[in-house]
Design a protein around this ligand. Structure first.
Ligand code: CA
Length: 319
């Protein structure tokens, strides 16, 4: 027993650290809603930021943060790089985001809340910040929200227009997908800051929120936080095009420890596929004090995704 204890200690604090990363990967602050982006040789990670106290029973999310890595083990912290205060029309919490690269610029699509004004009566809204660099500084790309609550009416609640994911197809057509309790999509113009058509509503099985859309080989993937057993799980659909039709493919991630929500962020980097998510596993963590993790994502030969194995040791260094 003593030897086992010693072996565990050596494994944890051994001289070879950090041979492996540890989940959660960010341990000094609480982070959520991971959105990875690979630009040149670096993986950038855009995150939400939980600052609720242990006693609080709702989200307190003041800003968005950026991290980067070149080996999946060592993470550089760029700190707070954007907040709802950047958007003159916004107020309230900083919800999930995704940053994408297009035509030499970085477009950071965010979900937050709208002040009551001529453009909206309030509620959740989606904005776009832009920068010449992946780490900013970012400014409001439009000067107003891209999506306001009034633009979608198929759900009555005021916070349905959250969780943007943006996908740029091989033909350079960009698509925005988003929504809570309802998944919507719309084409974007080449400038990434205007809608290029009507808003469509789709109904992926068990869909709750947090969509993540991408393409691999000839298959399009729509991965999302789902009903699960009440704490959210991650389920997904695939399609032959960015506009569907989407076929349900099943659960890829079961509940994540100590967190009601979870959020997918999927990317290939240095020859491997990674699945970012969040849980409440840090000491004093929970549903409002979440932490980002990363584990491997494995595809079957037919393009379907194997169940994610959530680990505490995380992934090996990428070369
Ligand atoms: Ca709405």
């Amino acid at each position: 027993m003593k030897n086992t204890w010693l072996a565990a200690l050596l494994l944890t604090f051994g001289a070879n650290l950090p041979a492996q990363a540890q989940n959660p990967i960010i341990r000094d602050v609480f982070t959520a809603d991971p959105a990875p982006l690979v630009y040149r040789d670096t993986l950038f990670l855009y995150t939400s930021h939980d600052t609720a106290s242990v006693q609080e029973t709702n989200y307190k999310m003041p800003d968005w943060r950026i991290y980067s890595t070149t080996d999946m083990v060592h993470w550089k912290d760029y700190g707070k790089r954007l907040s709802p205060r950047t958007f003159a029309w916004a107020t309230g919490d900083a919800y999930a985001t995704q940053c994408v690269y297009r035509n030499g610029k970085f477009y950071w699509f965010v979900s937050t809340f709208h002040k009551k004004d001529d453009n909206s009566q309030g509620g959740a809204a989606i904005g776009v910040a832009v920068s010449d660099r992946p780490t900013g500084p970012f400014k409001d790309a439009i000067g107003k929200a891209l999506i306001v609550n009034e633009m979608t009416k198929d759900k009555p609640h005021a916070w349905d227009d959250i969780d943007p994911t943006v996908f740029v197809d091989d033909d350079q057509q960009a698509y925005l997908y988003w929504g809570n309790l309802s998944c919507r999509w719309v084409k974007l113009k080449d400038n990434m800051t205007e809608l290029a058509g009507p808003i469509h509503v789709i109904k992926p099985k068990n869909y709750i929120e947090g969509p993540w859309v991408y393409k691999r080989k000839k298959l399009y993937y729509l991965v999302y936080a789902s009903e699960g057993t009440k704490p959210e799980m991650i389920e997904y659909c695939t399609a032959p095009s960015a506009t569907g039709p989407w076929t349900y493919r099943g659960i890829i991630q079961e509940n994540s420890p100590n967190s009601f929500t979870t959020h997918p962020g999927i990317i290939d980097y240095k020859g491997k596929s990674y699945f970012f998510y969040h849980n409440g596993a840090l000491p004093t963590g929970g549903s409002y004090r979440r932490s980002i993790c990363v584990d491997y994502l494995t595809y079957n030969p037919d393009g379907t995704i194997q169940k994610i194995v959530q680990t505490t040791q995380g992934v090996a260094p990428a070369k």
